[in-house]
Design a binder for this molecule. Structure first.
Ligand code: HSE
Length: 440
């Protein structure tokens, strides 16, 4: 009989527990069709005695994940610890150093150190697989690695953070404020106690950096991602968006342009009738535009024990079937540096919301500044009252107006310069709100 592939799992939180549970429930069926059966032999976590809902007594216990990765009883190392450095990185490097394949859900590790780790793995004759690192249970890594290889990719984008999507959906559907919904997301366990990583856009940026590499054959480059979070989105933006036929989503977008590759994570206005506008709550989605396949979109759970374990186990099975392919599809030595298209060159339409002192000449000055930068306006709505960027609803006894503009396609440089000039004119109470509109 073929010797089993012995698996060591480091990190027994939600995902690690989900992997043990999945394998416990389905191992017999899975092993019936594998050239080499799989078996978990060893585990490691911070606390041995914690109740995880799955028994771990039958596995060899390691306090140190590096020792687990190096153990002679482990052929495949599964890293579910998380974090770009520390024990996660040390244990992955230890496994690779012994020529062992690695399966990981760690987007931060690969977004920061992916190229180096891929080189090490390839030099050691092994590989790293990371389906669970991008959008949890959605099989987008495999889809891009295998099913879309005949295509030249123009754009890959998606809703890559469930916490942000939950918050934005609740703000839009229930008319609630950001801070209140964030508190609920924390109470439900979606957002961390320190939610900066999610709401600041960093988690989505890590995932986008990996998608960009798969789409364009480039080195993962988290430092080249433009990042804006959702913390400045106000109820007034949601109301204006709904009135104008848009929904607001935190999108990650990687786009090939004549100036290079744009990698950006930011709140985005999307048409209410678009497929992506209908992806709500904690769901994620990833869409790809290829020259032959056209536009495809995968939607599903971006986190959680079951969905993420589904992706981890998919990678384990690929290793058991003998898949040794390069980490980022092509050999690490052939990955190109990102030629970054700066945000100033970004082209698109924009939503602008301004809290304006309602006095003679204010509106005309705004229109003049836009015209000076050759920014053409598609629609203008002015209402009495309103605030922007945390400004006071009423300014110094002068009546206020809320002005919402939608521009035609322009450049980021032009709209930013127009807004800077409008600010210096002194007609605004608070900072302008600027949200990019994305066409699909
Ligand atoms: N915290 C992430 C989210 C899941 O809210 O989508 C893990 O990346």
């Amino acid at each position: 009989m073929t010797t089993p592939l012995r698996i060591g799992i480091a990190g027994l939180g939600t995902v690690g527990g989900g992997v043990l549970s999945l394998l416990g429930a389905h191992a017999e069926r899975i092993n019936a069709h594998l050239p080499r059966p799989i078996t978990v032999t060893a585990v490691s976590a911070r606390q041995r005695g914690r109740n995880r809902g799955v028994a771990i007594d039958s596995y060899r216990w390691f306090d140190d994940p590096v020792a687990l990765a190096e153990s002679d009883e482990v052929d495949l190392f599964v890293e579910l610890i998380g974090g770009e450095d520390g024990p996660a990185r040390a244990s992955v490097e230890a496994a690779i150093g012994r020529g062992k394949p690695v399966v990981t859900a760690n987007k931060a590790l690969l977004a920061h150190h992916g190229t180096r780790l891929a080189r090490l793995a390839e030099a050691a004759g092994t590989t790293i697989k990371f389906e669970a690192a991008v959008a949890g249970g959605i099989p987008i890594v495999k889809t891009m690695r295998e099913s879309l290889q005949g295509n030249t990719i123009r754009r890959v984008y998606g809703i890559l953070n469930g916490t942000c999507n939950f918050i934005l959906t609740a703000m839009a559907e229930e008319g609630r404020d950001f801070a209140e919904v964030l508190a609920e997301a924390q109470a439900r366990g979606y957002a961390e106690a320190d939610p900066t990583f999610d709401i600041g856009g960093f988690d989505a940026a890590h995932k986008l950096a990996l998608l960009t590499s798969l789409a364009f054959g480039t080195k993962p480059a988290i430092g080249e991602v433009y990042i804006e979070g959702i913390e400045n989105i106000e109820r007034a933006d949601m109301e204006a968006a709904a009135e104008l036929g848009y929904a607001i989503k935190l999108l990650g977008v990687a786009l090939a342009t004549e100036h290079g590759i744009e990698q950006r994570v930011h709140p985005t206005m999307v048409a209410r009738g678009s497929a992506i506008a209908g992806v709500n709550g904690v769901s994620n989605c990833v869409a790809v535009e290829g020259d032959r396949v056209g536009h495809i979109m995968l939607v599903g759970a971006g986190a959680g024990a079951g969905p993420t374990a589904s992706s981890v186990v998919s990678d384990i099975l690929d290793v058991a079937r003998g898949d040794q392919s390069p980490v980022f599809v092509i050999p690490a030595a052939e990955l190109k540096d990102i030629e970054r298209a700066g945000m100033k060159a970004h082209e698109g339409a924009y939503f602008v919301r301004l809290a304006v002192y309602d006095r003679i000449g204010a509106f005309a000055a705004i229109a003049t500044r836009m015209a000076e930068q050759r920014v053409s306006l598609e629609s203008i709505v002015q209402r009495r009252g309103g605030s922007a960027g945390g400004g006071k609803p009423q300014g110094d006894g002068v009546p206020m107006a809320s002005v919402v503009l939608i521009t035609h396609r322009t450049t980021e440089r032009a709209i930013r310069e127009a807004l800077a000039a409008i600010e210096t004119d002194g007609h605004l109470n608070g900072r302008p709100q600027l949200i990019r509109i994305e066409d699909f």
